[in-house]
Design a protein around this ligand. Sequence first.
Ligand SMILES: [Zn+2]
Length: 504
Amino acid sequence: MGHASTRSVTLTGLSAHLIDIDADTHAEAGAAPGDAGLHVVGLPELSVWPARARIRAAICNGAPPWPDTQVTVTVTPALPVYNAAADLALAVAALAAAGLIPPERIAGRVFLGELALDGQICPIRGVLPMVAAAVRAGISTVVVPAACAREAAQVPGAVVIPATRLADVVDDLCHGTLRNPHHDHGSEVALSSPFAVDLADVPGNPAARRALEVCAAGGHHLFLSGDGPATMLAERLPGILPPLTGETAREVAEIYSLAGHPGRAPGVTPPLSAPHHTSTAAAVFGSVAGNRPGAVSLAHCGVLHLADAPEFASPVLDGLCRPLDSGQVHLTGLGRSVRYPARFTLVLDTRPCPCPERREECACTPEVKRRYRARLALLLSRVAVRAPVEQRDTSARAGEPSATVAARVLAARIRAAHRLADTPWRTNAEIPAPDLRTRFPVTPEAAELLRSAANAGLVTADGLSRLLRVAWTLTDLRGADRPQADDAAGALDLWKRADTDAAR
Ligand SMILES: [Zn+2]
């Protein structure tokens, strides 16, 4: 009667939980070598068979011959969804209970890795949050697929042991020589190159550049309209946003890890996520089946850019309202429910009409153009700043570099953070309408100007709140204490800009 136990980690959304793997052998013999002498308890019915098949095949392909015993592996707590990342832990526990690995060598360690039928240890998604959970629980030694070792080593305090084949892991455990611990703790978050694009490269378009700066400073969403360099501008927004803090950089890196793109994690630069307009709702919002976050979560703490926004499918455009309002995605299905963070600055752009390129040949009627833009109506009701982008800009002198603009944005953000210190909000864009009026009053002149704009039918009540938020951002940008009439007029100007029938 042998017994062995070890640990692995499972993920729901981004929350990782340690699981206990216990294996026991039974006295009754009779199974042929490599035969079905493996029972698994604590996994959902549909997962048991494939998991058992993978583990048995992997053991037969290279590890010591399967002993002539029955092994029962118990996973606790019982999992509603099995993550194949626990394959390796199940295999070593079974082998240790059967006496093929000294049980004390697997205790107190976490094993992560999906097994291929030939015994290879395959890379898995979400290594970063899983290893972080292990270290938080006091287990620093983690065995991970070799392809994920670099990613795992970003977790401070983790002792990462890369593994390529099950047979090698068994060999190392037997000889007490878990080899090649991966030492790469130097680069905690510096994974990718910093942004190589600069605002100085964007020709002309002073109004759109100013709008970009205001959005960066206040966290406002942006609508760009025209056939100019909207994508160039959107790509440069992360570069003028304040860098991510240690906490947010870790959260963003964990999302990229779970999405299976650890190498694309943006380090301390806020991320840019720009799904193509043919993207499915699952690609944009994520999928509960594979526990895979979508484009909106890859934009978390950064920028989501929808180029040619009216071309996106209606479920995508309408579905964006929920993450915009709540800062997260909530997915349900298959009896499960997951949440992914998704708090981002939205940049929408659109051409004047549905014609693909040549405007000269355009025969679109005003009604066609109106209907095209009207697809964005729901989203535009959440956008506070609009600007035109022009292709042939006559005032095309070189603009300011990103570093200069970023410095102004940072100063404005610091003023806002100071004012919002005792509130749950970090940017002007997040302040709810009632609090905006009661806690952050503007000067009487500014209030009067906004009131007359509302009376003239230029803005709705909702629109008025958005103007107030932008007025505060303009105040922060000029380093003042309270919005004056000029700030209110500036906000109104940023609202009226762009030839937007659509925005009405
Ligand atoms: Zn047209």
